[in-house]
Design a binder for this molecule. Structure first.
Ligand code: ARG
Length: 560
């Protein structure tokens, strides 16, 4: 039952469509006054009347029925009470019936969404700065799939550029296959840093690097073999982290994949009269749009980051015919995305408007921000293992007899890292704190996971609920049901706003409503009908919290 829709079609407001009215209707934070409310100041301008008068007139005209049992005007708000019993039975029955599909939808059927995320750079350490793109992108993939879309998760690898020439030079001078196979990414980072130190004194190293990069591009066998080795090692290393974080991709087509797909793009730009010479380089002038020019070719004819992104977007449109093409990339790259989206538009690609830069803020540590050059990188792998370790310690302290301690610590530790990164509006910069993400109180993952475990333990103790019969709902029971009823809407707006944090916040709200209910409403020892109804609530909360956490890539535990 869509109550907002139902109410808005019953209201009759001249000059305002039912859809508009529906968008004005809110679920009040405190349901004492009503279950739904229409703030009438939103209608004042159109109706040229005061909100108080509008609310009163609308209340007088409204006919209550089996679905909406009350409608009153209070201070310019029109408050609706719904028939809570009908709402409760329909909702609980639906959750029981749909289980892990509850909240899913088919609105996305037949549509494809491309999501470019994580998009790491080959041979560079995977640090905490990559956490947000990885978990936001992964959550968006799961959310869109849940809504019926076909999703193509793309790791647009940074596998192109002179740095690979530098690595080959460094490898030949200071490393070996064995050292790289053993030292892995750490060895690659070591020799990369060494190259930069040495190149300060011996600038001819830079020429050598350029030479090797050219060899890679020209298909030289030895150089490409080395490059493939660096790529293989990087991917194997990051794959361990992806596994921990429940992250998967459908494509690893990185920057070098577009090597042979750029010439036609440059040609098209030229044909459409968009290319301009600028000191030997080729650019698209964007001054008219208040932006610096988009660089397409350097004076030596080589392509740039933007060139490859333009080719990639066209390739994605041709290959997947996307409905939307998302890029989960830090806000530092705002200009880059604005520029190349504009270039696509100028090329006459009407789908340019379906390309979206899903920008997010920076992650730093309490000890300050990171700097690769100063060697102050914090590896994501270290953060995750430290969090798992800490989770293990907390379990040892609080529940030493727990079976599967290690598995639980892993779910709690990685969950805490993911949840911590998905907790706030994505554009906000965040400061990562081990203690905070692992706390059992407040807005944390362990708090939500613990709530699931609590539901589970009640069910284990009192037995699975049988077919329920309705009882007279008290406010705490209704508050939980009210949250359960919001889930679908939350998932949809998380997709619409590219904001997985809405699901995170929702999980916290539902957990907190449940915990309040759990304190005030007795279950064990209560008479059968009430007990069974409340157990049904426990089971439904477990289902919906699990569904919400799954969308975020977080595992639940039965006990903790
Ligand atoms: N590898 C890039 C970086 O680390 C991010 C790539 C994002 N995706 C894209 N299509 N530009 O900065």
């Amino acid at each position: 039952m869509n109550y907002k829709e139902y109410i808005s079609t019953k209201l009759n407001v001249q000059g305002v469509t039912a859809t508009e009215l529906e968008s004005f209707i809110e679920i009040p934070p405190n349901t004492d006054m009503g279950d739904f409310a229409l703030p009438c100041f939103k209608l004042s301008k159109i109706l040229r009347s005061s909100p108080i008068k509008i609310a009163e007139d609308l209340a007088n005209a409204f006919m209550v029925d089996d679905v909406v049992s009350g409608c009153t005007a209070v201070n310019g708000y029109l408050n609706f009470k719904i028939n809570r019993n009908a709402f409760a039975s329909a909702l609980l029955n639906e959750i029981i019936e749909k289980g892990d599909c509850f909240g899913s939808d088919d609105i996305g059927n037949g549509k494809t969404v491309c999501i470019d995320y994580s998009s790491i750079n080959i041979a560079k350490p995977f640090h905490i700065g990559h956490l947000s793109t990885t978990v936001i992108g992964s959550a968006l993939c799961k959310i869109y799939r849940f809504l019926g879309y076909k999703v193509v998760g793309i790791n647009h690898l940074g596998d192109y550029g002179t740095q690979f020439g530098k690595l080959i030079v460094a490898y030949k001078k200071w490393s070996s296959e064995q050292a790289v196979l053993e030292g892995r990414l750490k060895e690659l980072t070591r020799i990369y840093v060494m190259f930069h130190d040495q190149a300060k004194e011996n600038p001819e190293l830079e020429d050598e690097a350029r030479h090797y990069f050219k060899l890679i591009e020209d298909g030289d066998e030895e150089s490409n073999k080395l490059f493939e080795l660096f790529k293989k090692i990087t991917l194997e290393e990051v794959d361990k982290i992806y596994k921990l974080l429940n992250v998967t991709f459908d494509s690893y087509a990185g920057e070098s994949f577009y090597n042979d797909k750029m010439a036609p793009v440059v040609q098209e730009l030229d044909q459409k009269g968009l290319l301009k010479d600028s000191e030997g380089a080729k650019i698209v002038d964007l001054e008219e749009y208040g932006m610096s020019p988009c660089l397409i070719l350097k004076s030596d004819g080589s392509s740039l980051y933007a060139t490859r992104d333009i080719a990639a977007a066209i390739y994605r449109k041709n290959t997947y015919d996307f409905y939307k093409n998302l890029y989960v990339v830090a806000y530092q790259q705002n200009l880059h995305f604005k520029q190349f989206f504009k270039v696509l538009e100028l090329m006459g690609k009407d789908w340019a408007t379906d390309c979206v830069h899903v920008a997010y803020g920076m992650v730093s540590l309490e000890s300050g921000s990171m700097s690769t050059r100063q060697g102050k990188v914090v590896l994501l792998e270290d953060v995750i293992s430290k969090t798992i370790e800490k989770a293990y310690k907390v379990i040892e302290e609080k529940n030493p007899n727990l079976p599967n301690k290690e598995q639980t610590a892993r779910a709690v530790g990685t969950g805490a890292v993911i949840f911590g990164a998905l907790c706030n509006n994505k554009i906000k910069d965040i400061v990562f704190s081990y203690d905070r993400v692992l706390s059992f109180e407040g807005e944390t993952c362990p708090y939500v996971q613990y709530t699931v475990a609590r539901c589970n333990s009640v069910i284990n103790k009192c037995g699975n609920p049988k077919d329920f019969e309705l009882i007279d709902l008290n406010d705490d029971e209704y508050a939980v049901l009210n949250q359960l009823g919001r889930f679908k809407e939350v998932v949809k707006s998380a997709a619409d706003k590219y904001e997985p944090s809405l699901v995170t916040r929702y999980a916290l709200d539902l957990a907190s409503a449940f915990n309040k209910f759990y304190i005030t409403c007795r279950i064990s020892g209560e008479q059968d009908k009430i007990k069974n109804f409340r157990l049904t609530i426990c089971k439904s909360v477990k289902t919906v919290l699990t569904n919400a956490l799954t969308l975020l890539g977080i595992q639940t535990v039965e006990e903790m």
